[in-house]
Ligand binder design. Structure first.
Ligand SMILES: [Zn+2]
Length: 243
């Protein structure tokens, strides 16, 4: 179910699912009823009320949705979300970088998720998410960078690599075969570090954190039918009491 999870302190829990939780995306051609049933199981495992976990309609953009806004769509079209309330947040990936964020505020925990693929990362999805978290009063921001395709596996055309490195030199990488590549997790770490966010890269889950190398995780590059795993951040019972 969970590839990795921990109590992040300050009343917040963070986790990344593995393929044992099943495909969690509605947009990959899977049976919608099955996907909804898996999401309900996931909510039960997380200990959050059924139907409250917010999934996004991710489009490789940089829009950040306020999960607490009463007028937001049920499935917002956005690649990031923030909550200063009790809304549990999910971000779906299969090679792109799932980033979880948490900070503290006088009113309780402030949480966020971001879908950082090549395009979103270069176009500023992490900067915009951190801005929104701070606008909601978040201090002492921390980030968890979850399983994604690694720099030794993510081969790209030379021109694409050159273009990316103009914006984000920290993403420079070479595949095992010596061809041009991008290290998106390293790029995300660099962006977050420059924003003053303390970054943690979870280790110790079963198998490598590279989605392409680890068959227990979803990888679009290895198998377009492998579905989507999710990064999750939510308030634990302790967080609810504190708020
Ligand atoms: Zn790899």
């Amino acid at each position: 179910m969970f590839w990795w999870q921990e109590d992040a302190g300050d009343g917040v829990r963070v986790a990344f699912t593995d393929r044992a939780a099943g495909n969690l995306a509605l947009h990959t051609g899977d049976d919608p009823q099955s996907v909804r049933a898996r999401r309900a199981v996931l909510e039960r495992e997380m200990g959050v009320p059924r139907g409250t976990l917010l999934f996004l309609d991710q489009v490789h953009g940089t829009d950040v949705v306020d999960a607490d806004a009463p007028d937001r769509p049920q499935v917002p079209r956005a690649d990031a979300a923030v909550s200063a309330g009790a809304t549990p947040l999910a971000v779906m990936v299969a090679d792109c970088v799932p980033v979880l964020l948490a900070g503290t505020s006088p009113a309780g925990p402030v949480t966020g998720v971001a879908h950082a693929g090549r395009r979103g990362l270069l176009e500023g999805v992490l900067e915009r998410t951190v801005d929104r978290l701070r606008a909601r009063g978040a201090e002492r921001l921390r980030a968890w960078i979850g399983p994604a395709v690694c720099g030794a596996c993510y081969e790209v055309p030379a021109a694409m690599q050159a273009d990316a490195l103009r914006h984000l030199p920290a993403a420079a990488a070479t595949t095992r075969h010596g061809t041009p590549a991008l290290d998106l997790p390293a790029g995300a770490r660099d962006v977050l570090g420059r924003l003053g966010v303390a970054v943690r890269t979870p280790q110790g889950g079963p198998g490598p954190a590279c989605t392409l190398e680890n068959e227990g995780l979803s990888s679009h590059r290895r198998d377009p039918a492998s579905g989507r795993i999710a990064g999750l951040v939510w308030r634990s019972a302790a967080g609810e009491r504190a708020a």
